[in-house]
Design a protein around this ligand. Structure first.
Ligand code: FRU
Length: 474
């Protein structure tokens, strides 16, 4: 059994595997839990969004993918494209770990356009018996969609005082210069395990995207756990927003209750003095299934984000040959000193048939809908013996989400409730896309992202006051 699992995790996609994948994909289409508007794997396991870009007139979403089983196996980069963030065309596998230097997988990274080509940065995962040797690699995609890997990684080798777990390049341009952020882990004393004791953020600099020089660590004024993964950075209205996925942040009563955390910090990245002047920061998502967000500029330079709709290795009540997916594309804004994210306009446009609703119970007649709740912030979604629940307590200013009463319970080792402080709640948007649920408070001031495995259309019943708002179907 053990060997079977090992083999199951090691398959590399090559042309000869095409029909095997097509068979797997056919089987997946039978699942009752597939979303309509979230990106999900046609087979196998999807995790982080990678290489997000609006390039050559279309959106490119690459993603971490093990195509052959719903496991964290040998990672490839999958690829899909769209003109409108709604209708996606599956592309050939973008990166298969066929080279010696990436023998343990093509890990996460981002993309940047340069001289009419799209540079895809990624971590070439390379294990040895003595631990990992960090390697960061580049593949270049032309306008025809041809992707060519560089012959060798562009950054390679262990760093003094840091563990071999150095990964997830995020490259950006500032004042005519290229920079790269890289996540890592620093040893406090003598190494005792493959990870160090403190999550760190490394800065590199380059003129041509191929030759990189190390600048040092970036000083961060908050807890970074024992390892930082998936750094990302975007400018919104002149402010820098830094996104980080730290492993090992201690849970507080309300925050950081998932296996791994995700945080945002708003302020200014000073690349000369290597520090992030933080004005405010917080956990990014209040739900159960959110990790590794990556920000990028979409059409008309719009700040957007996708995240992995998953976290760690949750145990789902349903075993099928596909796992996880990505969040909705979200537009990022800073409004009155608050960082907000909300589904992109293209996604909202899909839910084009609004209907005024007002009552104790609302029949959605669907598993793909958007409910705008304007009053009655205490409701159950599903059916009498299979529901999730949202409750806002106006006294304590806490919004509470419970998955306790779902018929198919989901990894209760991380609890069944999540709650978050929100000063004045005046709107709740519920997006149900079959098993993918996103709940936005005050248009994205706080967000709960979480999976449910319910069947049949949802009825939404208010617990105390009448529920009113708009139900949008597609
Ligand atoms: C985050 C992560 C990254 C890594 C990738 C591997 O979910 O662990 O750090 O590059 O996933 O799939």
């Amino acid at each position: 059994m053990q060997n079977l699992l090992v083999d199951q995790k090691r398959t590399i996609y090559i042309e000869e595997k095409r029909s095997e994948l097509a068979d797997l994909a056919k089987e997946v289409t039978q699942s009752r839990y597939l979303p309509k508007y979230h990106i999900y794997p046609e087979s196998g396991l999807m995790n982080d969004p990678n290489g997000l870009a609006y390039f050559n007139g279309q959106y490119h979403v690459f993603f971490q993918w093990y195509p052959f089983a719903p496991l964290h196996g040998l990672k490839h980069w999958g690829h899909t494209t769209s003109k409108n963030l709604v209708d996606w065309t599956k592309q050939e596998v973008a990166l298969s770990p066929v080279e010696e230097y990436e023998k343990n997988g093509c890990y996460s990274g981002n993309a940047i356009e340069f001289q009419d080509e799209l540079y895809l940065f990624y971590t070439a995962n390379y294990k040895t018996e003595a631990g990992k040797i960090p390697k960061q690699a580049v593949a270049i995609m032309d306008k025809k969609g041809q992707i060519k890997k560089q012959a060798e990684p562009v950054i390679e080798g262990l760093m003094e005082g840091l563990s071999g777990e150095l990964r997830d390049p995020y490259v950006f341009e500032r004042n005519g210069q290229f920079y790269m952020l890289l996540g890592g882990s620093e040893f406090a004393g003598e190494p005792t395990s493959s990870f160090g004791d403190r999550g760190v953020l490394l800065l590199y600099k380059s003129d041509n995207l191929l030759d990189w020089s190390y600048q040092g660590l970036i000083d961060l004024p908050f807890d970074t756990g024992y390892m930082l993964e998936c750094p990302s950075l975007i400018q919104i209205d002149g402010k820098d927003v830094l996104l980080l996925s730290p492993m090992g942040i201690a849970s507080e009563s309300e925050r950081f209750n998932n296996r791994f955390a995700t945080i945002y910090a708003v302020g200014e990245l000073d690349v000369t003095n290597r520090c992030f002047r933080t004005e405010y920061w917080d956990q990014m998502d209040a739900g159960f299934d959110f990790y590794a967000p990556q920000a990028f500029l979409g059409k008309n330079q719009q700040p957007l984000l996708y995240a992995w709709f998953g976290c760690g290795e949750p145990e789902y009540p349903v075993q099928e040959n596909w796992q996880h997916g990505l969040t909705f594309p979200q537009q990022l804004t800073i409004e009155q000193g608050k960082f907000k994210r909300y589904p992109a306009a293209e996604i909202l446009a899909v839910f084009s048939k609004p209907q005024r609703v007002n009552g104790d119970c609302i029949e959605t007649n669907s598993r793909n809908y958007w409910l705008e709740v304007e009053a009655g912030f205490n409701f159950k979604v599903g059916s009498a013996d299979d529901y999730w629940e949202f409750v806002y307590d106006a006294k304590t200013k806490r919004a509470n989400l419970s998955r306790e009463h779902l018929a198919k319970s989901i990894d209760e080792s991380y609890g069944t409730q999540r709650s978050v402080f929100i000063q004045n709640l005046d709107k709740v948007d519920v997006f149900v896309d079959n098993s993918f649920v996103e709940v936005y408070l005050n248009q994205g001031e706080q967000v709960f992202s979480f999976r449910v495995f319910q069947e049949g259309s949802d009825t939404i019943c208010s617990a105390y006051e009448t529920l009113s708002g708009y139900l949008h179907n597609t």
